[in-house]
Design a binder for this molecule. Structure first.
Ligand code: ATP
Ligand code: MG
Length: 751
């Protein structure tokens, strides 16, 4: 990956190249007053990620200067989160409270050189004296105290001789500064409170602006990375270090945009309220945006880190769509989890003409997942299918079991309806069916055509599980807090049945229950007696399906209704809707891509310019909506090293099959970095797609020779291995072989 992929990394790289620092030291400095959330994950990924990428180290520092809200439980949660995400802090966990003595000495130093004073103005006066953004402030009369008097008062403040709020220590900077933060900021305040580490030693505690820069300095931090709200504090940061005349090297502060996500609150204070009021079951409730919550929900560390990479590092605040986080976990799980069957709403089925029992071999993974493994599926006369998979009076387009339409039982046989047994109220309680003995999956000689394969479990071996199905915790896009909680964010489903391997084999803790979604064995409540699974995420993006464009003729409502149920994005405004419609109608783009363009003028313009150069709407859209969009997250249009013309010629090469779409990604990355044209890159790196059978066949033969077992399995009916062979060949050519040609040739060779 590009080492200089964002502005922070570019600064760090320059500082190393110029010799400003010989080793990079960053830090993650949370206040232990709550559990870390996904926003902290971004900060962790940046601070630890930069240290890792540049051979430096990252410290974990508890910023524990506020004794009344802090607790060791939170310290543990923070350590857990960093470790779970896969990072290691340098040395021991550090605490600002470890530096209290040194900080105090520096405070006295400032007093001695006339740069700090004890102020005794009451709070309201102090506020009044500060002035406003448009008018200068006025310095307190106490600022004239002598050094001796200041030192004496400060010492007595420290010893606890005064009440909270009676005095404060302030820096003497500039009461007329246009930066309000520089108007004699507070350095220390009196707090008669027990500190969870320092005990009762201190009756004064340092303020963030004083403690943070100096703690960075003590630790030898080089790049002190924080969020944009601290931009105006940077002047104090520099002032403290400069005024004390500290010996170099010194740290510098850099700011990036904090992460905001829609349908989510991201402040520890608001999250604490949800916990305290019992709206959620705790900090690790699977609906919480805390790292502990996401972890218990079943998110993987990789998915969260990928998400942090994808959203990039920018200097302007924005709101990220929660669908992007959901995409990250779905994408990660797709590559990893075993696929198994779970019948959520069981309906008994008796297969009249089946006798005895057998065990069917079924792969855990589809062929495009590079993992192997399979389990045994018990099969007998009595099974359960999902109620939704049978319709007595099917609507048009219904592909599953009906009185006249047979269906395949996934991994097993084709069945055909015979009779529905009903209770007195007319509800179906059981189906009687027959099966085709020669229709076994992988070896089907029946010649019967079915339109789909459905889930099932064998009646005697199936296990009952509890499913916890989550929806978004908040019902609106920009929730304030408790009042916006979605009352339907947790649904408990009892009586679902899973195949026995899920419980007995424990192939994983995460499973894809086919057609239902991805699930995770709840680490707290799961037991063999009562297996509980959390729904991590559905199989598809639910908003993409729901946010259909409105038909044009529909009369305009005066106020568009806010959609609130789980899943969808904010509605488009009128203008965005028009752009959306245009992209769908004129360019034939899918809704997801159209909605990306509808919400992003710069990207949409880039896209239109590129299609003017080369008229291939969908190929160009794929590159722009994915790759160009990613680039524009951390760069402005002017900073890009390529233009729409380049993207057009890249798309053309894909269309003309000169390069594969996989290689196109590589070309794009090189182009974004170097500014070379796609043609130059393909030429100089020899990336042209290989379509010549004479070149591909020897590779296929090699793969076949290396995998005799799989060849045998394939020839004895395991059709799924076809994908394995194609994948191996593509891999052997570094992704350069034309997949279409490989497919054809492999099927010829294995025939
Ligand atoms: P909150 O407002 O949620 O309590 P905070 O900023 O007070 O958060 P800290 O514990 O002080 O939380 O933050 C530790 C580090 O994490 C800081 O460097 C802070 O800038 C960073 N951080 C906090 N929230 C976010 C966020 N939403 N996006 C990115 N970084 C964040
Ligand atoms: Mg805070």
């Amino acid at each position: 990956m590009d080492k200089k992929r964002d502005f922070l990394r570019r600064i760090v790289a320059e500082d190393l190249e110029s010799g400003k620092y010989s080793k990079i030291v960053t830090r993650f400095p949370p206040e232990p007053n709550g559990y870390p959330h996904i926003g902290h994950a971004k900060s962790i990924s940046i601070n630890f990620g930069i240290a890792r990428d540049f051979g430096g180290v990252c410290n974990l520092r508890m910023d524990d200067t506020n004794p009344t809200t802090e607790d060791t439980e939170y310290v543990e949660a923070l350590k857990d989160a960093v470790e779970w995400l896969g990072f290691k802090w340098d040395g021991d966990v550090r605490h600002t409270s470890d530096y209290f003595d040194r900080l105090y000495e520096w405070a006295k130093e400032l007093v001695k050189i006339g740069k700090a004073y004890v102020d005794s103005l009451p709070e309201d006066k102090m506020r009044e004296y500060r002035g406003t953004v448009t008018s200068p402030g006025k310095r307190s009369e106490y600022a004239n105290r002598s050094v001796e008097e200041n030192l004496d008062l400060l010492e007595r403040m420290k010893r606890g001789e005064f009440k909270d709020g009676e005095h404060v220590l302030r820096a003497k900077i500039d009461m007329a500064s246009p930066n309000m933060k520089m108007r004699d900021p507070l350095l220390y305040r009196i707090r008669h409170a027990h500190h969870f580490r320092a005990g009762d030693k201190w009756a004064i505690y340092p303020m963030y602006d004083f403690a943070h820069c100096l703690s960075d300095y003590i630790e030898g931090v080089t790049h002190s990375i924080c969020t944009l709200e601290f931009e105006n504090n940077r002047d104090i940061y520099d002032w403290v270090i400069d005024t004390l005349g500290l010996e170099p090297p010194r740290p510098y502060q850099y700011e990036f945009a904090r992460l905001n996500i829609n349908y989510t609150v991201m402040s520890k204070r608001k999250l604490l309220e949800l916990v305290q009021k019992g709206v959620v079951s705790g900090w690790d409730d699977p609906r919480m945006p805390t790292i502990a919550g996401l972890r218990r929900r079943g998110y993987t560390p990789e998915s969260i880190l990928n998400f942090c990479e994808q959203i990039g590092v920018a200097k302007t605040n924005s709101v990220v769509d929660v669908a992007q986080l959901e995409y990250a976990i779905r994408d990660d799980l797709n590559k990893k989890v075993p696929r198994v069957m779970c019948v959520v709403n069981p309906l008994k089925v008796t297969i009249e003409n089946y006798e005895g029992s057998e065990e069917l071999e079924a792969s855990y993974y589809p062929h495009d997942v590079p993992k192997e493994g399979s389990r045994k599926l018990p099969f007998s006369k009595e099974i359960y299918i999902d109620r939704g998979d049978f319709e007595e009076n099917p609507p048009k387009g219904y592909y599953r079991l009906t009185p006249t339409q047979p269906v395949r039982l996934k991994h097993a046989y084709i069945i055909e309806f015979k009779e529905a047994i009903k209770d007195e109220a007319g509800n179906i309680v059981e189906l009687i069916v027959t099966y085709y003995p020669d229709s076994k999956s992988g070896n089907d000689k029946s010649g019967i055509k079915v339109k789909s394969a459905i889930q099932w479990v064998e009646a005697n071996s199936a296990k009952e599980v509890e499913l916890r199905v989550y929806d978004r915790l908040f019902k609106c896009e920009a929730p304030e807090g408790i009042e916006d909680v979605n009352p339907n964010s947790l649904q408990i489903v009892k009586g679902a049945l899973v195949e026995p391997a899920v419980i007995e084999e424990k192939a994983d803790v995460r499973f894809q229950f086919e057609r239902e979604g991805n699930f995770f064995a709840d680490p707290v409540d799961y037991s063999d007696k009562k297996p509980v699974f959390n729904k991590i995420v559905g199989l598809k993006d639910s908003w993409a399906k729901k946010s259909k464009p409105k038909p044009k003729q529909e009369p305009k409502k005066s106020k568009p209704k806010q959609k609130q149920s789980g899943g969808e994005m904010a509605e488009l405004n009128e203008q965005e809707q028009a752009v959306f419609d245009k992209f769908i109608k004129e360019y034939g783009l899918n809704k997801q891509v159209a909605s990306i363009f509808a919400r992003d003028e710069v990207l949409a313009k880039f896209y239109e310019d590129a299609t003017k150069e080369y008229d291939s709407a969908v190929t160009v859209a794929n590159i722009v909506a994915n790759d160009v969009a990613k680039e524009l997250k951390s760069k402005s249009l002017e900073e890009l090293k390529f233009n729409p013309k380049y993207v057009a010629s890249l798309a053309k090469m894909v269309d003309e099959e000169i390069i594969s779409s996989k290689i196109a990604k590589e070309v794009f990355e090189a182009m974004a970095k170097s500014g070379e044209t796609p043609e130059q890159i393909v030429e100089s790196r020899g990336l042209k797609q290989i379509s010549n059978p004479d070149e591909i066949l020897p590779i296929i033969d090699e793969v076949i020779a290396k995998n005799p077992d799989n060849v045998a399995k394939f020839k004895s009916g395991n059709q799924k291995l076809f994908g394995f062979f194609v994948g191996q060949v593509l891999k052997a050519t570094g992704g350069k072989a034309n997949p279409k040609v490989v497919n054809e040739l492999v099927s010829k060779r294995l025939a």
